[in-house]
Design a protein around this ligand. Structure first.
Ligand SMILES: Cc1ncc(COP(=O)(O)O)c(C=O)c1O
Length: 363
């Protein structure tokens, strides 16, 4: 008998057990083909059906209109740090970035290779503990886009409202929050998300882009890095990551079955607030992130004593609560609570924290 742990990994993260079991059941014979889904042609009718249903689920669950293309790409979130400027920073050649964490910073630095990238706000000097607030006047009115990272996986902060961009198209990295909250896609020119936190295995990245922005890449853009190539080819310009798309399909079907984004939003916000309330009451643990910007996906907390933090992480793991270590740049603890982490995991974590605090009270 295999034993599952409570996996608080920031990514690749826990997937739905129902989905994993279904994938295991049809591993050797996908829908009567006598082959696994990994062994069939990406151009077969049966796989095309999986792809088009996955796109339909994206559209239905996120409310994406026909004005937007939904692309299934590779290269992780990181390749989007290059593809976004290559495709969109082609009007004035200017783009503005809000640097709220390490991933946004990497995206900003990469954009500088393609044009005039400007950091319009940053919370780096405060250890990225808050979301920098801006006014519309802070954004250059002729910028090709304003870039944000909606949820800062490493620092546990998250946007609660769309920033004022003064009409400048907004680009958002939603890698660690897509499908966890209701969004209005029309507020954005482009949204991207790698799959391995919210909707599948590493290897797939979804890009939701306003169709009017396609076809603007420079003439010397490699064909593979032009969004239009993938739009024109129905994300089948070359062999896509078929197994990842299949798991995304199963995951989104399951998400729809349990009631969709609104239902998981209520669940994930409820349990994040349970954990945060417990920590707020605690005399041992504290939360570095600003209260109003706390993420409901990644909760960071510390004891203030690095050796005690290490003890916490090791002891928690021995009780089956795994991957609670903070990122190497922050230290401390981080509980990532994406859609597919069972509710019970957070109850068990709070119970463990309560006991740990009692046993390790500062004398
Ligand atoms: C918000 C965010 N953006 C981008 C990335 C990078 O994604 P990838 O490792 O798929 O390139 C991550 C990875 O953790 C992330 O959390």
């Amino acid at each position: 008998m295999s034993k599952r742990v409570f996996n608080f990994s920031p990514g690749p993260a826990a997937l739905s057990e129902i989905v994993l079991k279904r994938a295991a059941e049809e591993m050797l014979d996908f829908q009567g083909t006598g082959m696994s889904v990994m062994e069939i042609s990406h151009r077969s009718d049966i796989f095309r059906e999986v792809m088009s249903e996955t796109e339909d689920l994206f559209r239905e669950l996120l409310g994406i209109s026909d004005d937007y293309a939904v692309l299934f790409l590779q290269g992780g979130g990181t390749l989007q740090f290059s593809m976004v400027p290559m495709n969109l920073m082609t009007g004035s050649g200017k783009a503005d970035y809000i640097v709220s964490g390490m991933w946004a910073k990497k995206a900003f630095e990469e954009a500088g290779k393609f044009g005039d990238a400007k950091q319009v706000a940053s919370s780096q000097s405060e250890g990225f503990t808050y979301i920098p607030k801006i006014n519309a006047e802070d954004v250059r009115s002729d910028a090709d886009y304003l870039y944000i990272a909606w949820n800062n996986t490493i620092y546990g902060t998250q946007y609660k409202a769309v920033p004022q961009s003064g009409g400048v198209p907004l680009v958002a990295d939603m890698s660690s929050c897509i499908f966890s909250e209701k969004i209005n896609v029309d507020d954005f020119a482009l949204i991207f998300a790698c799959a391995q936190k919210m909707f599948g295995p590493a290897g797939l990245t979804a890009v939701i882009v306003r169709k009017g922005l396609l076809g603007k890449a420079g003439a010397d853009t490699p064909v593979y890095l032009d969004y239009k190539t993938h739009y024109d080819g129905d994300s089948l310009y070359n062999t896509p990551p078929t197994y990842c798309i299949y798991i995304a399909w199963l995951t989104l079907k399951h998400l729809k079955e349990i009631g969709g984004v609104e239902v998981v939003q209520e669940m994930t916000e409820r349990r994040a607030s349970r954990l945060y309330s417990f920590i707020d009451e605690s005399s041992l643990f504290t939360i570095p992130a600003a209260r109003e910007d706390r993420s409901s996906m990644n909760a960071l907390f510390v004891t203030g004593d690095e050796s005690l933090d290490r003890k916490f992480i090791a002891q928690a793991a021995s009780e089956g609560l795994v991957n609670l270590g903070g990122h190497r740049s922050t230290g401390g603890m981080r509980a990532s609570m994406y859609n597919w982490l069972p509710d019970e995991a957070v109850d068990k974590l709070i119970d463990f924290m309560y006991r740990f605090e009692k046993d390790n009270k500062v004398k």
